[in-house]
Write a protein that binds this ligand. Structure first.
Ligand code: SF4
Length: 491
């Protein structure tokens, strides 16, 4: 069965013995914990939409290995059209869930390993690529939910991995055996790992030749002995335990349920190792991953912003401000910023190019520009949502006040605006806006797929400043003018 149903995804998770902590306490079953459930529901949607005929072209693809129809989240990009469809898939899922659906890190890690394992084999005569393709076939046939783990804790930022006082600040090999390796360290900001089947562990940085133990890329089952997930705190996360409308997005939650994942002496068998000591390929691996991942945000944040713009527009109707020209102009500004990043992401795909392994890569300049714009536009769109929705986002009483027979009627009466709308509509829309524009969502837009400066370094490097200077010189002072009317000479 190449396409899991949402029910099969949840049941397959239930069978795993994942070692997870939420709120500092060990969780018996990730499936049954209310703090994790919304994030599982979001991933389940990715499985559900793949079975719907109207979304088949966007949500699925034909495997280049088996020819079978597989989930696009397990597909290796075979064309520029595949890259465009990926962005379309992300916008659709963003519109459907209004939050992060978590599977993109695993998808981009799959593609990065496919390309890097090919290039390592070409250069070093190793056998990683076939091993990786065997693994990929299983991922596609079982439609696995993969998490990608890249970001090491990093310790002292001015020191390299091998210079750290604590070598575990970067995931590394601590023991080599004939049948595999033992790894130790941790990865932070791990999106979706706690409700995944397997984790793809990749180096998070370029490495020096003597840092071979840090050049390890591999697949690790989420339930492998020694793997420990420690769930991150999010804005308003205890509201998930309370239930009710205060959660904001009760079914699908806010952002991706990030966790830190500890690898405490985890054994990885040879068949799941796709890089082991080839430091000279780490830079390319990281760049591939980042370029595939940065364009994503024009799709997923575009879909999320569609929901946020919708909630804000509905709020203006409830308030009775929707016909005001200034309000309409502010909504237009939100739309403008959202469509700009989406257009860049689609453009990055349309201008995609073929890699040596045969898969397709986004245009790097456009991909990095998408992510750079996200670090601004998501904040600006949220600012306008706050502006239009009003101060009650920060002051409205909670669900318990609404339910209290002594005061609930006061809360409803004095939060009613346009009487054509039920007051609960205003409160629910407000709670969604509040939660989706709170600190966790904002910081995720800033630092997910790399902090803003990481994109600026790439953009300046790719911009071809010298060529632009020559263009300016040629236009302003050049002598190869077309034949035409002679103009007075300038000094
Ligand atoms: Fe995917 Fe966006 Fe979530 Fe990243 S933030 S995992 S690109 S939905």
């Amino acid at each position: 069965m190449a396409l899991k149903t949402p029910e099969q995804y949840v049941e397959s998770l239930r069978k795993l013995k994942i070692c997870a902590y939420v709120g500092g306490e060990r969780v018996e079953s990730v499936v049954d914990h209310p703090g994790i459930a919304p994030h599982i529901n979001t991933v389940a949607k990715t499985y559900e939409l793949a079975h719907q005929a109207e979304h088949r072209e966007v949500m699925t693809a034909l495997s280049h290995l088996s020819g079978e129809r597989v989930h696009r989240y397990t597909h290796i990009f075979q064309s520029a059209d595949d890259l465009v469809k990926k962005i379309q898939m992300l916008r659709l899922l963003g519109q459907t869930t209004g939050t992060c659906f978590q599977r993109c890190v695993g998808l981009d890690a799959l593609n990065a390993l496919y390309a890097a394992s090919f290039e390592i084999d070409q250069g070093e005569g190793t056998g990683y690529h076939q091993r990786f393709c065997d693994y990929l076939l299983r991922v596609q046939r079982e439609d696995l939910m993969l998490a990608g783990a890249m970001t090491d804790p990093k310790g002292h930022r001015a020191k390299k991995p091998s210079e750290q006082a604590d070598p575990d600040q970067f995931v590394h090999v601590v023991e080599r055996r004939p049948d595999g390796v033992v790894i130790r360290g941790a990865k932070l900001h791990n999106t979706g790992g706690i409700n995944s089947h397997e984790i793809l562990v990749l180096p998070g940085t370029g490495l020096a030749a003597e840092e071979k133990d840090y050049a390890i890329a591999c697949a690790v089952p989420a339930e492998a002995p020694g793997v420990v997930f420690i769930f991150g705190r999010q804005s308003n996360d205890t509201r998930k335990l309370e239930g009710g409308c205060d959660i904001g997005n009760p079914r699908f939650g806010v952002v991706g349920g990030e966790a830190m994942v500890v690898f405490d002496n985890v054994f990885v068998p040879n068949e799941h190792i796709f890089m082991n000591g080839e430091t000279q390929y780490c830079g390319a691996l990281v760049t591939y991953f980042a370029t595939w991942h940065r364009a994503n945000y024009g799709g997923c944040k575009g879909g999320n912003a569609d929901v946020l713009i919708g909630a804000t527009a509905k709020m203006t109707r409830i308030l009775g401000t929707d016909r005001n020209a200034v309000v309409r102009d502010k909504l237009t500004e939100m739309i403008h910023m959202n469509e700009t990043t989406y257009a860049s992401a689609i453009g990055a795909g349309a201008m995609g190019y073929k890699l040596p392994c045969g898969s397709y890569m986004f245009d790097p300049m456009m991909s990095n520009t998408v992510k750079q714009n996200i670090t601004r536009n998501v904040y600006q769109i949220s600012r306008l949502a706050h502006d239009l929705a009003g101060g009650f986002l920060a002051t409205m009483p909670d669900q318990k006040a609404l339910e209290n027979p002594e005061i609930g009627a006061y809360v409803k009466k004095y939060h009613t605006a346009n009487p054509d709308y039920d007051v609960m509509e205003r409160i629910r829309m407000g709670r969604y806006i509040e939660n989706m524009t709170s600190v966790t969502s904002m910081v995720e837009s800033m630092h997910g797929a790399g902090s803003p400066q990481a994109q600026r370094i790439v953009m300046l490097g790719l911009a071809g400043i010298e060529a632009k200077i020559k263009m300016a010189e040629q236009v302003i002072s050049g002598t190869d003018d077309v034949k035409g009317i002679a103009l007075p000479k300038s000094n």
